[in-house]
Design a protein around this ligand. Structure first.
Ligand SMILES: NC(=O)c1ccc[n+]([C@@H]2O[C@H](COP(=O)([O-])OP(=O)(O)OC[C@H]3O[C@@H](n4cnc5c(N)ncnc54)[C@H](OP(=O)(O)O)[C@@H]3O)[C@@H](O)[C@H]2O)c1
Length: 225
């Protein structure tokens, strides 16, 4: 993740394209230093930054579709995981940035949407009736796909959900030399009001590095090693 010094993560609010592109370059540069077979984003980040806001083309399903996992590409080795509890995202293909898409759904999603994903050969799994159970998500990702390490890539609400569930091992954060101040704008960790909020989490610093342009790269473990 990258954030302003006040923890804000929406680069659209920084209103300086050149500066934002410079910082995004750091994000990409350090992002590739991590080894993972999959990355995961919330529905809003996927819609704004990856799917291009494509709308799903829904058609009636020819028969009832069981709430069972669907593997769209059994040969895929790298994955983009979209947390889309209500089945809202549309996609041009079953890949984004070269990675096979896995949709994380709840069982309330319509048969029409499941039929759409099957036609597109997009993988999906179910984790909960109406609310996402992230322990189940991680267990299924490891059992159904060749995924041992997952990179959580925001936005703030998805990060907050996994934080609250105690499922994060490590944080890598680029602190940008920006004071944002935008009210009601997401920060690195946002726990939605519908979730029970646990206590603050103590982190253990493993790296601090000053980069060019006054950017600081911090890494923390969530448990003392
Ligand atoms: N600075 C950075 O490093 C960075 C990194 C990533 C993203 N971003 C930015 O962050 C912004 C989006 O952040 P955001 O916090 O608003 O949204 P987000 O975390 O990307 O997505 C939130 C959505 O994901 C789904 N979701 C998350 N937790 C869930 C849960 N526990 N159960 C069910 N569904 C859950 C919900 O979708 P539904 O609404 O469909 O239920 C929720 O509205 C984007 O503008 C993106 O560009 C910045």
């Amino acid at each position: 993740m990258m954030s302003s010094v006040d923890g804000k993560i929406l680069s659209a609010n920084w209103k300086d394209e050149e500066l934002t592109n410079t910082f995004a370059g750091y994000f990409e540069k350090y992002h590739v230093t991590f080894t993972s077979q999959a990355w995961m984003c919330g529905r809003i980040t996927m819609e704004r930054d990856f799917s291009g806001g494509v709308q799903p083309e829904l058609q009636p399903a020819p028969h009832p579709i069981p709430r069972e996992p669907f593997i769209g590409d059994p040969n895929a080795t790298s994955f983009a995981v979209a947390v889309d509890a209500h089945g809202k995202l549309g996609w041009d293909s079953n890949q984004t940035h070269g990675d096979h898409i896995i949709e994380v759904l709840t069982e309330q999603v319509s048969d029409e949407y499941l039929h759409y994903l099957q036609r597109k050969r997009i993988s999906y799994l179910f984790a909960g009736q109406s609310e996402v159970d992230f322990t189940s998500v991680l267990e299924q990702l490891a059992a159904l796909f060749p995924i041992q390490t997952l990179m959580l890539e925001g936005g703030g609400h998805l990060n907050g959900s996994l934080l609250n569930a105690g499922l994060i091992d490590e944080l890598s954060l680029l602190v940008l030399p920006l004071a944002d101040g935008t009210p009601k704008s997401p920060t690195t960790f946002e726990v939605s009001e519908y979730l029970p909020k646990g206590p603050a989490t103590r982190l253990y610093l493993t790296k601090v590095e000053q980069l060019d342009n006054d950017v600081i790269w911090l890494k923390y473990r969530f448990e003392r090693s």
